[in-house]
Design a protein around this ligand. Structure first.
Ligand SMILES: Nc1ncnc2c1ncn2[C@@H]1O[C@H](COP(=O)(O)OP(=O)(O)OP(=O)(O)O)[C@@H](O)[C@H]1O
Ligand SMILES: [Mg+2]
Length: 508
């Protein structure tokens, strides 16, 4: 690069109790480039961003903006200097309108008064850039999480910034939305903006990056031109191996056809018939056998999460029949579902999942304790044992089981959430985007573990916006489109291509 870096760090360090999150990191970001930070969960990516933007103070090292040493005491100061950031955990206000979220803190005013008309118009324009038309006066929480994420992105890109930082903005977006976001990023890049991007999706990394910085254990492992870094080498560098990337990127073929004939023949654990909710889901039939993984594929808004919520009793169905072990049951609350051996790991870990102030141990035992009833407390010793077991099994990176979960990296919080539901020893586990934010290496390990549980008779309903992942792990795939099941694929029919065709439907 001929131009000097726009943003640069020299020997940047930051320690948290028990962990060196950043260890003398040198990093450079050039104008007009898209630069991706890669690294395993807990490698220090978000911490680097947080220190750059005044969320955390560095304890050593220097930050330079356009050659000048800077130190931001708050994220607002970084914003004022032209650095716009979308943090990993989207921090919007669910009760405010879409427009208010896009302009919160910087509302245009007319003669001292907030100019609502202009806010609404400009919010709609910002969304139109992303090819979205939402009712900007609606409160944000009326939209699904992926849409909320698009709103956060619209907020980030709607300001004149010199630097745009996006920490895992695509973790809950479908392919169309990712494509739209990337179009916008390319436009911004062409206008000279420097973009720092974090993702765990290898394909996205290569689709958009000019340059890649790999982080490992708080250190900068290296900086590369994307074009010069083969994907296997990248993965090997992330995990700290010389060259084991191949195995990690392509670790397993899709499931063999009918891998589990015994399970096929078994009576379903759960059978839903005509389950529906007006305006949310059209009547739908589903069966999950013990030992089987039923994948739910579909675009955002196709009804995947809605299906999961109805089956789990989180929302009330207004038609249909659900049988468990052949007997009709009434699932009018998650508590009913849990009592029948169901568990639901939801997609929105912040809203429905973690309790940030509680320890990892407390977060893990939460569902199990609720299932047993609070009058039968699980002993401290047993709680510790459970927590340590899962920390080890799922490779949760933490100081110890007593650390508050809010202090873990995003991907590690997700693992704790999964542990919580595995700990209940369910018969049917609903996994809604379970590998969201989880690094490539850990992703395969986690799905292996889940499949091992299947071999012991656990049934799984698996939701993921990554079609390749759904195809790889599922025995059968129910394809949803426009809140309706349009097909079910089994055996040799399960291919990514087939699923894409069905999802696209008439739109192709
Ligand atoms: N506020 C905090 N207090 C204590 N420890 C923290 C804090 N923030 C981060 N850490 C620790 O610093 C390390 C790096 O975390 P960081 O969030 O930067 O990882 P990451 O690379 O963004 O991971 P992920 O891919 O999971 O998002 C982790 O061990 C994490 O637990
Ligand atoms: Mg992170």
């Amino acid at each position: 690069m001929s131009a000097p870096p726009l943003l640069e760090t020299l020997g940047l360090s930051r320690t948290f109790p028990g962990v060196r999150a950043l260890d003398r990191v040198d990093f450079r970001l050039f104008p007009g480039e898209i630069h991706t930070l890669m690294g395993q969960n807990g490698a220090g990516k978000s911490t680097l961003i947080n220190v750059l933007t005044g969320v955390h103070e560095p304890e050593a090292g220097e930050i330079r903006l356009a050659g000048q040493a800077v130190r931001f005491a708050t994220p607002q100061e970084a914003e004022a200097a032209g650095i716009q950031t979308l943090y990993q955990e989207v921090n919007l206000c669910p009760n405010l309108s879409v427009a208010e979220n896009i302009f919160a803190g910087r509302q245009p005013r007319k003669r001292g008064l907030i100019d609502w008309k202009s806010i609404h118009r400009r919010a709609a324009e910002a969304l139109a850039e992303l090819n979205l038309s939402l009712d900007v006066t609606q409160s944000l929480d009326t939209y699904p999480i992926a849409m909320q994420q698009m709103v956060a992105i619209a907020r980030a890109v709607s300001v004149d910034a010199r630097i745009l930082i996006l920490d895992e903005p695509t973790s809950s977006l479908d392919e169309g939305e990712v494509a739209r976001l990337f179009d916008v990023l390319r436009k911004l890049k062409a206008s000279g903006i420097a973009i720092l991007f974090v993702t765990h999706f290898l394909e996205q990394t290569y689709a958009i990056s000019d340059r890649i910085t790999v982080m490992r254990n708080g250190e900068r492992e290296g900086e590369y031109l994307a074009a010069d870094l083969p994907v296997q080498t990248l993965v090997a560098k992330m995990v700290g191996l010389k060259d084991a990337g191949e195995r990690l990127v392509h670790p397993e073929p899709p499931r063999a056809d009918m891998p589990n004939e015994a399970a096929q023949a078994q009576a379903p654990y759960l059978a839903a018939q005509g389950v529906a909710r007006r305006g949310v889901l059209n009547p739908l039939d589903l069966e999950v056998q013990p030992g089987q993984i039923l994948g739910l594929a579909g675009l955002l808004g196709s009804g995947r999460t809605e299906t999961a919520r109805l089956l789990f009793g989180a929302d009330r169905a207004d038609a249909g029949d659900v049988r468990i072990d052949g007997k009709t049951v009434k699932l009018s609350s998650p508590r009913d579902a849990v009592r029948h051996g169901m568990a639901y790991c939801p997609e929105d870990r912040k809203k429905e999942g973690i309790v940030a102030d509680l320890s990892i141990r407390e977060n893990i035992v939460l569902a199990l304790q609720a299932q047993r009833g609070w009058w039968r407390m699980i002993s401290r010793a047993r709680q510790r044992e459970l927590a340590n077991d899962y920390i080890e099994q799922l490779g949760i990176k933490a100081r110890d089981a007593e650390q508050p979960i809010g202090l873990l990296s995003g991907g590690n919080q997700q693992k704790v959430l999964l542990a919580r539901w595995l700990a209940t020893n369910p018969r049917l586990l609903i996994l809604d985007e379970p590998t969201r934010g989880i690094d490539v290496a850990a992703k395969f390990e986690i799905m292996d573990r889940v499949r091992a549980l299947c071999a012991k008779g656990l049934g799984i309903l698996f939701i993921s916006s990554e079609i390749s992942e759904v195809v790889r792990v599922s025995d059968r795939i129910a394809v949803l489109r426009d809140r309706r099941k349009v097909a079910e694929l089994a055996g040799a029919k399960r291919s990514e291509h087939e699923v894409y065709d069905l999802i696209a439907g008439d739109r192709r």
